[in-house]
Design a protein around this ligand. Structure first.
Ligand SMILES: [Fe+2]
Ligand SMILES: [Fe+2]
Length: 439
């Protein structure tokens, strides 16, 4: 027979109480593939099975003293469950053959006397059956083992992936936190710089922040991207940073009232501003906007006399917001917003980009209404005799002959009130003195 598919060592057990039958069967079956064991009783055969549980085939006589063939096979099942069983019976003993199959779990029965050729064929088939069962068991156990290994690898892999995912998530969170704090640090630095400019120039208190608020509102309505809006915001806060290098005396003057040589120095502040932040790579674009925030739409501005859309949009936005905030401060009073917006309208297409006006009108009214409400102050025109300590001048005080007596923004106290009253007696102005008082 062909056992090439397996390397199982084949043992056959023959059980018969007649020695000559044992001998002749042993002779018939012994070859290079099979080892034949013999027993002269069921009892002896059970002993052999108990030490050789891997026997492939049991061939047992039915009629034996002691255990019958069926009884022996029944007990043999528990000792060698995979062995194929064949029962030998006499011609007349059909019932024993049936019992052998039903109770003894026999695979076949063979009648005595047997035909050698047929017996060999049956034995070969029976051994093949055993070999297939063993092969199947072996393969099943390999598959089971591999499945278990696979399961273990999978769970180990899953654990590793989970561990790595957790690690990555943790790193991402740390990175996000770092980025956030970097971003906040950056924003705070810009705010601190813009605060420096305002410290330098008292009249510019909150100027940069107001310009930023208006500019962001225009940028959003124009549909600029988040990054572009950030850039406009930073440029608004820093637009006058170049004024830090300008002499104090110039900062207190209105640009419209400067002498030509003073205007020349003042006009340098956009370029100085750009230069100041040029070393910070993340602020390069901001620098470009700062450089051009005094350009005019018709080319009449400075420093590069750019025209129309060649002026960066951020610079065009800041230009109009800057003008509005400066003019409202300069004019002061209830009508300041309306008068300023009127001036802006007159400059559309000349100084300013005309399409920005509809976008800034409402935000400007909202911002300055809110500021006025927050301060809780209103402007009053008073006679010098009604002035009190603590009041703040909302307009410059100019004598009847045009001499500047006190600057707008000055806080009144007894001494300067006395001085004011004296000058009003000597050189009276046509108007009263404008001050901010609580509502
Ligand atoms: Fe400026
Ligand atoms: Fe400004």
């Amino acid at each position: 027979m062909n056992t090439a598919t397996t390397e199982i060592f084949i043992q056959i057990l023959i059980v018969d109480d007649e020695e000559n039958i044992l001998r002749s069967l042993k002779r018939l079956l012994t070859n290079e593939e099979f080892e034949v064991l013999t027993a002269i009783s069921g009892e002896e055969a059970l002993k052999i099975l108990s030490v050789n549980p891997d026997i492939a085939l049991i061939v047992s006589d039915q009629r034996m003293p002691g255990l019958s063939g069926v009884e022996f096979l029944e007990q043999a099942k528990s000792l060698a469950p995979d062995a194929t069983r064949i029962i030998l019976t006499g011609y007349a003993d059909v019932n024993a053959a049936i019992d052998g199959i039903n109770m003894g779990g026999a695979y076949r029965y063979i009648t005595k006397p047997w035909n050698d050729e047929e017996l060999l064929r049956i034995v070969n088939e029976a051994v093949l059956k055993f070999v297939l069962i063993k092969d199947n068991q072996r393969l099943t156990s390999i598959v089971k083992k591999q499945n278990e290994e696979l399961k273990e690898w999978n769970s180990r892999l899953e654990a590793t992936v989970q561990e790595q995912t957790l690690e990555i998530r943790k790193q991402n969170e740390e990175l996000r936190g770092l980025n956030e704090s970097l971003g906040n640090n950056f924003k705070n630095t810009i705010l601190a710089f813009s605060g420096l400019i305002e410290l330098r120039d008292e009249r510019a208190a909150s100027h940069s922040r107001n310009v930023a608020e208006l500019s962001i509102k225009i940028a959003k309505q124009l549909g600029l991207s988040g990054d572009e809006i950030q850039t406009v915001s930073a440029a608004s806060l820093l637009h006058d940073i170049g004024k830090i290098g300008i002499p104090d005396i110039l900062l207190t003057k209105d640009p419209d009232e400067m002498k030509p040589e003073e205007t020349a120095v003042y006009s340098q502040h956009p370029v100085r501003g750009q230069t100041a932040i040029d070393s910070i790579e993340a602020l390069r674009e901001v620098g470009t906007i700062i450089r051009h925030h005094h350009e005019c739409f018709n080319g009449g501005g400075f420093p590069d006399k750019l025209t129309g859309e060649s002026i960066p949009i951020g610079a065009r936005i800041i230009s109009i917001a800057d003008f509005i905030d400066r003019t409202i401060r300069k004019l002061g009073g209830d009508k300041a917003v309306e008068l300023t917006l009127k001036k802006v309208k007159e400059e559309l297409g000349k100084r300013f980009d005309g399409r920005l006006y509809p976008l800034i009108e409402t935000p400007a009214r909202d911002l300055y209404d809110r500021i006025l409400q927050q301060t809780g102050l209103i402007e009053m025109e008073l006679n010098p005799k009604d002035l009190r300590s603590g009041m703040i001048l909302s307009k410059d005080v100019i004598s009847g002959t045009g001499i500047l007596i006190l600057r707008k923004g000055m806080k009144l106290h007894e001494k300067n009130i006395d001085a004011l009253r004296r000058s009003y007696q000597l050189d009276p102005s046509a108007s009263g003195i404008f001050v901010m008082i609580e509502k």
